[in-house]
Write a protein that binds this ligand. Structure first.
Ligand SMILES: [Zn+2]
Length: 91
């Protein structure tokens, strides 16, 4: 499965630079590999990393994509409620 690149296409806007810590301590300025967060040299090469949805390293699921999304949804809702309350109270 070498040609099957997960996710992004060439049409995606350029993301932030790779940012991996280089030997000299500076962040890597290279663009990330397509569909990845790191450049090819720093772990973005095709075939590197666990496949999407792998359960091999799952222990409690606290940081799974779904759990993080659910907490963010709740957090955004609470933030919205607090904003509304502040508007009502005029503060
Ligand atoms: Zn890099």
């Amino acid at each position: 499965m070498k040609s099957a690149e997960a996710g992004a296409t060439a049409a995606d806007p350029p993301a932030e630079p790779c940012g991996a810590h280089r030997v000299d301590g500076t962040p890597c300025p290279r663009p990330p590999a397509p569909g990845k967060r790191r450049c090819r040299r720093h772990g973005g090469a095709p075939g590197v990393g666990a496949p999407r949805g792998s359960q091999n390293a799952l222990k409690h699921g606290l940081y799974t994509r779904d759990a993080l999304a659910e907490r963010k949804l709740l957090s955004d809702f609470i933030r919205g409620c607090l904003r509304t309350l502040r508007e009502i109270e005029g503060r």
